[in-house]
Design a protein around this ligand. Structure first.
Ligand SMILES: NC(=O)c1ccc[n+]([C@@H]2O[C@H](COP(=O)([O-])OP(=O)(O)OC[C@H]3O[C@@H](n4cnc5c(N)ncnc54)[C@H](O)[C@@H]3O)[C@@H](O)[C@H]2O)c1
Length: 409
């Protein structure tokens, strides 16, 4: 039997169906599963660490070799959940050094809270292994820039967990707006997220700006990455207004009151003349995202609604309006249900494909540390604008933060 090729269709419905289990392994061609070629270690087995375990297993091109977390409880839960979909034994490392330096392992996934990323990276990078670093890459611009410089000098690669670019509606939006140029020259970009509050976390790290880097850094780096990709230019000016209106206003831990923002309006000017805005509201009952891009020839709207109270799966769509200048359309965009349900509406699955492709030496449009840094520049400038009440000039902001070398680089 020949080796499973990656372009062969996966028919998991039949692979998993009870009526097909009589097909012996030696007879499997369509049902043959990929043999994992890479071993991964997950550092931080909380919400997203477990999503990476699930998604890597579903994809099947790499396998989870071991886990490490400072909380035994997190590892116990991760292991118990893992055993529901995988028979593979998991190694538990006793410390970070051994988790990073197992010769049997090809890549490290850093899935710990934001304020631990930079320190963990110092140990991880000594391994010489490929690294997946969750977003935001750090909590401040100095550590983010130092990470970017370390990545440039690294013998392997660092991929940042900005996977929203792989959501089905944004893949289509990029294709229409950038590859097909269906909208002509892009002039304005509006993006919004309406959602429930930040969820409970281990030791509630995300309720404090000191741990998360601030709400716009922690959560909205995803959206600033998307806007930067669409604008295809460097930001020049950022103005923002926002604050903490509803969420966690009575929340305290160890005598410290939560200080995280729950809503914001951000306006961004780009060097090429593109103007963008971003709206965040985190005191809603369900999730929705909307992107509107307008060019001199048309308008695009990409939407995603996840109405979990009604127990509905995510619904995403894309609309193009070109008036008398060309074709208009409205389409539903989706991934197979089991991929969508594996996490972040399927975006994490395609992020894993990109990671494994990079491991195998292919060049892919995965999030780079430089792109991660620019998403943090916009987020941090917006937070600075909210604090000062004035617009932030990006040239001055970069110089004040020791990042002038990145301008027009
Ligand atoms: N890309 C995305 O869409 C996405 C989604 C969720 C979270 N994240 C990011 O993933 C990271 C983790 O978030 P989460 O939601 O999984 O949080 P979580 O609180 O659910 O899990 C974090 C885990 O890290 C462990 N941990 C803390 N410090 C550690 C250390 N020094 N060494 C080893 N383990 C440590 C904790 O015990 C916990 O089990 C954050 O950076 C967050 O921003 C990204």
């Amino acid at each position: 039997m020949k080796k499973n090729k990656s372009n062969k269709p996966r028919l998991r419905f039949f692979e998993d169906s009870p009526g097909q289990q009589h097909i012996a392994d030696s007879d499997k061609y369509l049902y043959q599963r990929p043999v994992p070629s890479h071993n991964l270690v997950i550092i931080g087995t909380g919400t997203i660490g477990q999503e990476h375990m699930r998604v890597a297993t579903l994809l099947g091109r790499a396998q989870i070799h071991g886990i490490y977390d400072t909380q035994k409880h997190s590892m116990d839960i991760a292991e118990a959940n893992f055993s529901r979909y995988s028979e593979k034994p998991l190694l538990r490392y006793q410390d970070l050094d051994s988790a990073c330096n197992d010769p049997a392992v090809d890549a490290l996934f850093i899935c710990t809270p934001n304020h631990t990323h930079f320190e963990i990276l110092q140990t991880a990078i000594k391994s010489g292994k490929a690294i997946f670093l969750e977003k935001p890459m750090a909590t401040d611009l100095q550590d983010a820039a130092a990470t970017e410089a370390m990545a440039r000098a690294y013998s392997s690669f660092i991929q940042i967990g900005l996977q929203y670019r792989y959501k089905a509606q944004y893949v289509e939006a990029f294709h229409e707006a950038l590859s097909r140029a269906s909208l002509g020259e892009i002039k304005t970009i509006s993006l919004s997220e309406y959602r429930p509050p930040f969820l409970d976390k281990v030791e509630q790290w995300n309720k404090f700006n000191a741990n998360s880097g601030g709400t716009l850094v922690e959560k909205c780096c995803h959206y600033f990455d998307l806007i930067n990709l669409l604008a295809q230019s460097q930001p020049t000016k950022v103005y923002a207004s926002g604050g903490q209106a509803v969420n966690f206003i009575d929340f305290e831990r160890d005598g410290n009151a939560s200080d995280i923002d729950d809503h914001a309006f951000v306006v961004i000017d780009y060097a090429n003349g593109t103007r963008a805005n971003f709206t965040l509201n985190m005191f809603c009952h369900d999730f929705s995202e909307e992107l509107v891009v307008s060019g001199d020839r048309g308008r695009l709207t990409a939407k995603e609604v996840f109405n979990f109270h009604q127990q509905q799966g995510s619904k995403a769509s894309l609309a193009i309006e070109a008036g008398e200048l060309g074709g208009s359309k409205t389409i539903d965009v989706t991934y197979p249900a089991l991929i969508e349900q594996s996490g972040h509406h399927g975006a994490t699955y395609f992020e894993h494909i990109a990671f494994v492709d990079q491991l195998e030496g292919r060049s892919v449009p995965a999030a780079t540390p430089l792109q991660g840094l620019w998403s943090m520049v916009v987020a941090s400038a917006a937070q600075a604008s909210m604090a000062s009440g004035g617009a932030v000039d990006i040239n001055q902001f970069m110089a004040a933060n020791g990042l002038a070398d990145y301008l027009n680089a």
